[in-house]
Design a protein around this ligand. Structure first.
Ligand code: PGA
Length: 252
């Protein structure tokens, strides 16, 4: 069954004390039981977040991983390292990683393989730039992004894959895809996954929407059939707003 999920991507925001405060504040909420909540603080604060959330259902997610297990890769962090501190989930392919750190589909494929081999669950991000949408190339682009990466995984692996459609033009811009635009892409992706495997995969994969989701627009987006939740950047830095977004995804 598809899970409802709301994940907060804190990006390179919050120092140690601010991270602890935000995690502690989030722990106080009684989140709806039908929504799985995840947060993605920066690397140095992952272990503290895991420790603070010992008795909580909130899951901790890494923002990135390296595509090797160990070795001379100065500045990088591996899946194995994350597992050793109790982090079982990672984002892969966020558009900021693609744009600023030259993460190509080939690199992302390696990261996906390493993460899954180390039993990490992944949230794989994909989505088009504004120019792709303007030239009506967005479906083709998304299809290629998926063909080159997650769709190379076997059927079994999909138990550990969550997808996040994040149109680049909507990230951090205040401009959100309309609920119809989100639904149209999510449906396209779900149908395509069904074609590539079968409906045991497509009916069970959660597809999140990301890009300027806030309390005021969350429920109309989450209400769409193929939208299972959100990957939230800016609005996840406020415990109050993040909670409202989580509540917007509940059907209880
Ligand atoms: P945003 O970021 O909510 O600030 O647009 C979303 C994301 O980058 O995951």
């Amino acid at each position: 069954m598809r899970k409802k999920i709301v994940a907060g991507n804190w990006k390179m925001n919050n120092n140690f004390n601010q991270t602890k405060d935000l995690v502690t504040e989030l722990k106080e909420f009684n989140f709806p039981k039908d929504v799985s909540v995840m947060i993605s603080p920066a690397y140095p604060f992952l272990k503290t977040s895991v420790d603070l959330l010992q008795d909580s259902s909130i899951k901790v997610v890494s923002q990135n991983i390296h595509q090797k297990n160990n070795g001379a890769y100065t500045g990088e962090v591996s899946s194995e390292m994350l597992k050793s501190i109790g982090v079982n989930n990672t984002l892969i392919g966020h558009s900021e990683r693609r744009a600023y750190f030259n993460e190509t589909d080939d690199v992302l494929l390696e990261k996906i393989e390493f993460a899954l081999n180390n039993n990490l669950n992944i949230i794989f991000c994909f989505g088009e730039e504004l120019s792709d949408r303007k030239s009506n190339n967005h479906f083709k682009l998304v299809k290629t992004q998926l063909d080159n990466t997650v769709l190379k995984m076997n059927k079994e692996s999909w138990k550990n894959i969550i997808l996040a459609y994040e149109p680049v033009w909507a990230i951090g811009t205040g401009e959100t895809a309309t609920p119809e635009q989100a639904q149209e892409m999510h449906e396209f992706v779900r149908n395509y996954i069904c074609e590539c495997y079968d409906n045991s995969v497509s009916d069970n994969v959660s597809i999140l929407y990301g890009g300027s989701v806030k309390p005021s627009n969350a429920s109309e987006i989450f209400n769409k059939n193929d939208v299972d939740g959100g990957l939230i950047g800016g609005a996840s830095l406020s415990a109050k707003d993040f909670n409202l977004i989580i509540e917007a995804n509940s059907s209880l």
